[in-house]
Design a protein around this ligand. Structure first.
Ligand code: GDG
Length: 468
């Protein structure tokens, strides 16, 4: 029986003591690990003077976590550098923010080698390995160099950028070549998968077998699949009904004093389109003065990656814009934007979603976007709110019954807010049902089963027989 080795930048321990990976993703990976048995490996989040490769093993409920500390230079170059200042902006189409530094690329490579050295002895012959996200693209290749012949899959949680954008990355080709060490690569949407295939074909001369979903290059072939992540719908529905959620719901209803609440919940990240969202909301206030005091926007935006300058800039910019909008439009008894820079427990968020007439989810680019799905899952089926969703979120493919908008267009955001406020209940219910059904069906357990089934079906590297 094959064990599972999950590898991601941060790890979620069975007892919850590592807070790095949270929410639905952690739940899905943890449940896969419990079923199959295995190890979850990643960075501890801690810094050490000198890298030793010493692994901190913690055995818990059904699986083991293995974490390793990194040096300060590793954290600067690999995590704050290449992951968050190079790949994240580039993969979100923001080459204006992407920083191309050889030091970052070198640090990224070094840390991936260090991860490979550290995790390799933990992998047994029959194990299957599942690597998560853009922090660890070359890790599969590094494991192969260290003799690992196991099945290795990779899942990308972000978009894959169009090939012309990716071509601006100095080491793009080398990086993409390392992906051919995997047996399976998963993307959230067909668009991201096609962009990957475009790069492989047009920039590298790879051969694409569309029927089989296989990309061949340099004597290796890798299967590519579309595998959209979902939420733990059952857990979220239950949570939306627990005491904390109900208390929050009541509190929000009281503090709304009959006004319709519009809610946004996002990590404070430039990819989430918050400035553009505020501009769209202000446009609505200006175009519809009669509706103005009937609504307010609650934007919850817990800060993230605060040591990176572009994140400090977006934080300052948003403080400026929200302050300006409130200054220009607020009245004695009404403030148009409640802008909150802290995180809340998930059940509190569920109560907030449920109390909101509109969920405003307008990323400029997003691999998937789980907030859109959580908003829908938390609604009252008898009287659901309306989701306004960016066309450029991966989630838009599955959520066509949302009001889809171009997040760069203040006019479209403004029009959608008006339409949502005026939407008859029957239409709200019909739209909500279509989305809720899909969220139930394609939940996070479906996601991980789809990926793991495809990984198990992949021929073993070197052509050996299927041994799952
Ligand atoms: C990446 C991709 C893809 C937010 N505020 C609080 C809080 N959250 C939770 C949300 C949601 C999660 O964080 C955010 O997930 P998203 O999917 O919206 O966005 P990213 O963090 O950018 O995630 C994304 C995802 O990976 C999975 O593949 O969908 O495209 O960028 O669950 O609820 N949670 C708590 N307090 C908060 O204040 N507890």
């Amino acid at each position: 029986m094959s064990r599972l080795i999950v590898i991601s930048n941060r790890v979620s321990a069975p007892d919850g003591s590592h807070s790095g990976a949270q929410g639905g993703l952690a739940v899905a990976l943890a449940s896969a690990l419990r079923e199959m048995g295995g190890i979850w490996f990643g960075w501890s989040g801690e810094q050490t003077d000198q890298f030793t490769g010493q692994v901190n093993l913690q055995r818990g409920d059904g699986y083991t976590t293995a974490t390793v500390d990194l040096e300060e230079q590793d954290v600067d170059e690999y995590y704050n550098g290449y992951a968050n200042r190079t790949l994240w902006p580039l993969f979100h189409y923001r080459i204006d923010l992407a920083e191309y530094e050889r030091g970052f690329a070198g640090g990224y490579q070094r840390v991936n080698e260090r991860f490979a050295d550290t995790v390799r002895p933990l992998i047994e012959a029959e194990d299957s390995v599942w690597i998560q996200d853009y922090h660890m693209i070359p890790l599969g290749h590094e494991l192969r160099k260290r003799g690992c012949q196991n099945r290795i899959g990779f899942f990308l949680h972000t978009p894959w950028p169009p090939r012309r954008l990716l071509a601006t990355l100095p080491e793009a080709r080398e990086l993409v070549e390392t992906l051919f060490a995997y047996d399976l690569i998963g993307f959230h949407t067909a668009e991201w998968l096609e962009s990957f295939c475009d790069f492989a074909r047009l920039e590298m001369g790879a051969d694409i077998d569309e029927e089989e979903g296989v990309v061949r290059f340099g004597g290796r072939s890798v299967r590519v699949i579309v595998c959209p992540i979902g939420i733990d719908a059952a857990e979220f529905r239950e949570m939306a009904d627990n005491d904390a959620a109900r208390d929050t719901y009541e509190q929000m209803r009281r503090s709304s004093v009959g006004r319709a609440m519009i809610v946004g919940v996002d990590r404070l990240d430039y990819s989430k389109g918050l400035e553009e969202r505020f501009a769209g909301y202000e446009r609505f206030l200006l175009e519809h003065p009669e509706e103005r005091k009937e609504v307010f926007l609650l934007q919850i935006a817990p800060p993230s990656r605060g040591t990176v300058e572009s994140y400090q800039r977006i934080r300052n910019a948003l403080e400026g814009v929200s302050g300006r909008i409130n200054g220009a439009h607020a009245d004695l008894d009404w403030v148009p934007i409640r802008y909150v820079n802290q995180g809340y427990p998930r059940d509190v968020l569920a109560g907030v979603y449920r109390a909101s007439r509109i969920g405003l989810v307008t990323p400029l680019r997003d691999g998937m976007n789980l907030v859109a799905k959580e908003y829908v899952a938390a609604q009252d089926p008898e009287d659901p709110g309306v989701l306004i969703l960016s066309r450029f979120a991966g989630a838009a493919v599955q959520m066509e019954s949302a009001l889809l908008v171009n997040p760069y267009s203040a006019e479209e955001i403004s029009d959608a807010i008006l339409r949502a406020l005026q939407m008859p209940k029957a239409e709200r219910i019909a739209r909500w049902r279509a989305m809720a059904e899909d969220i139930e069906k394609h939940d996070v357990l479906w996601w991980r089963a789809r990926f793991i089934d495809a990984l198990m079906a992949a021929p073993l590297p070197g052509g050996a027989a299927h041994a799952a």
